[in-house]
Design a protein around this ligand. Structure first.
Ligand code: UDP
Ligand code: MG
Length: 317
């Protein structure tokens, strides 16, 4: 029996040439009973991802593609997929088969039960490298301490959501996208489903440590201004200490006791200027964000696509 709704599967691809055939055939098998479209977003790959996408999209008319003019990043690629997908429910997943297509079926049945966002979470025994596990653990700790939002632990960008939610996300103008934060911010009826994460079959992770740190910094600064408040509190504490020390210095001056040595002065100056630089750095991070947001540049530029742009709003994106 055919199900009468359209599912959009959005897959960001950055140098995933070796994975695409297998991924597509798995999705085709899993969703044989459903109406679906697969939106492959080629995020400026430098291998032959583009050619492979062209091949698979000729064979299967349900495969849509979007090519970016350069590498705009994972989050921007997902945003593009959401902007152009036409489904009644949308699924975002990785191209590397670490997100098993079978989990989509579980998500669909939860969506049919009325949940509007279903986030997949990695089971504990996921096969990821120690360093990455440690990084992700401390990142979640940091994020939940520093931001005001609830963070779903062990969740990547593998989720299903209703088209209503997609409309909201399409209309979010912010340039510094951090979808995990955004999904926890929007609310609605949400739930989770767990999955076994396997090792990457082909290729290596496309998240360099530089990209991970940038995502982490975005995660914190785009969902919270707590670091600014912490910087302010540190400033206040040290201002009080400095004031007290000033009084002490005046008192001993009147008592005729000379302040001995410059070591303490140098140490204090170094310490305080360190703190000042740190606080300035935190402020700079936010000012930089304001600067970039203010330019109102699009999230990405498309060089090629087989999706018809239907309405004005989409043209603007
Ligand atoms: N990706 C992307 N642009 C990038 C980096 C990654 O589109 O700049 C895609 C990548 O092809 C994959 C997904 O984002 O489909 C997640 O990346 P990856 O699997 O390398 O991350 P990990 O699972 O190691 O965190
Ligand atoms: Mg992966």
């Amino acid at each position: 029996m055919m199900n009468n709704f359209l599912i959009s599967i959005i897959v960001p691809c950055y140098n995933e040439a070796e994975n695409i055939f297998l991924l597509i055939s798995k999705i085709e098998k899993t969703l044989a009973e459903y109406k679906y479209e697969i939106v492959l977003v080629n995020d400026g790959s430098t291998d032959n991802t583009a050619q492979i996408i062209a091949l698979v999209s000729q064979k299967n008319k349900n495969i849509k593609y979007i090519y970016f003019s350069r590498n705009f990043g994972h989050q921007a690629a997902i945003k593009a997929g959401i902007d152009y997908a036409k489904g009644d429910c949308l699924v975002t997943m990785d191209a590397d088969l670490q997100h098993p297509p079978e989990t989509i079926l579980k998500m669909i049945s939860l969506w049919k039960k009325g949940f509007e966002v279903i986030t997949a979470t990695r089971k504990k025994n996921a096969k990821i490298s120690f360093l990455k596990k440690w990084f992700s653990k401390s990142f979640y700790w940091f994020l939940s301490t520093l931001s005001d939002q609830e963070v779903i632990v062990n969740a990547a960008d593998f989720r299903l959501f209703d088209k209503k939610i997609a409309t909201f996300i399409r209309n979010m103008p912010e340039t510094h996208l951090y979808l995990r934060g955004l999904f926890s911010w929007i609310g609605f009826k949400q739930t989770t489903v767990d999955y076994n994460q396997e090792k990457r079959i082909h290729g290596s992770t496309k998240y360099s440590y530089k990209k991970m740190i940038s995502l982490a910094s975005n995660g914190i600064t785009s969902s919270s201004i707590k670091p600014l408040r912490i910087a302010l509190s540190i400033g206040i504490v040290f201002a009080i200490l400095a004031f007290a020390y000033g009084i002490y210095a005046i008192v001993i001056m009147f008592l005729g006791l000379t302040v001995s040595g410059w070591t303490s002065i140098i140490a204090t100056i170094l310490f305080l200027s360190g703190i000042q630089l740190m606080v300035l750095g935190v402020m700079g991070e936010y000012i930089g964000k304001i600067y970039i947001e203010n330019k109102q540049r699009p999230h990405y530029l498309i060089s090629q696509t087989n999706i018809k742009i239907e309405n004005k709003t989409k043209e603007r994106i």
